[in-house]
Design a protein around this ligand. Structure first.
Ligand SMILES: [Cu+2]
Length: 150
């Protein structure tokens, strides 16, 4: 039987080649991973709707400030049974605790943060997204958006 005898330098050379090959394959595997994630995203295709919290502000002649808060857009529509992801970004106003009428959905939109609300309605109709902090004109509202399902 013959044994292969390697010099120390030869072993180091093969080790270096091995490391390079491992790096290259790892790079390809990571690239493939990216593609898979991309494909998964396009396959599920849940529609995204983006909304923001806004504030209208004005100064009266007597120096008094008046303001009103709104969801923008103030009305969104989706199909019956359609899955939608509603992203609400808090721009104006520190906090908007909200609920959606006729559902168990509730949450809070905070300034500088994005609140993601998964939506799916089995019945047609108009569901109101209501901010509890700005529910009527006396509280700088009404901050209400219509979710129209048809
Ligand atoms: Cu509000």
């Amino acid at each position: 039987m013959k044994f292969l005898v390697f010099k120390k330098e030869t072993l180091l050379f093969f080790l270096a080649v091995g490391v390079v090959l491992a790096s290259i394959s790892a790079w390809f595997m990571l690239k493939a991973g990216d593609k898979t994630v991309f494909n998964q995203q396009s396959d599920t295709s849940i529609r995204e709707i983006h909304m923001v919290t806004v504030e209208f502000k004005s100064k009266m002649k007597n120096g008094k400030e008046i303001e009103a808060y709104r969801w923008d857009p103030g009305s969104i529509s989706l199909k019956q049974g359609e899955k939608v992801k509603l992203f609400i970004s808090g721009i104006n106003g520190e906090k908007h605790p909200f609920y959606i009428e006729g559902t168990k959905i509730k949450g809070t939109v905070k300034k500088g943060e994005e609140t993601i609300v998964p939506l799916k309605f089995d019945k047609q109709g108009t569901y109101r997204l209501i901010c509890e902090a700005h529910s009527d004109r006396a509280h700088n509202g009404p901050m209400i958006a219509d979710i129209v399902v048809n």
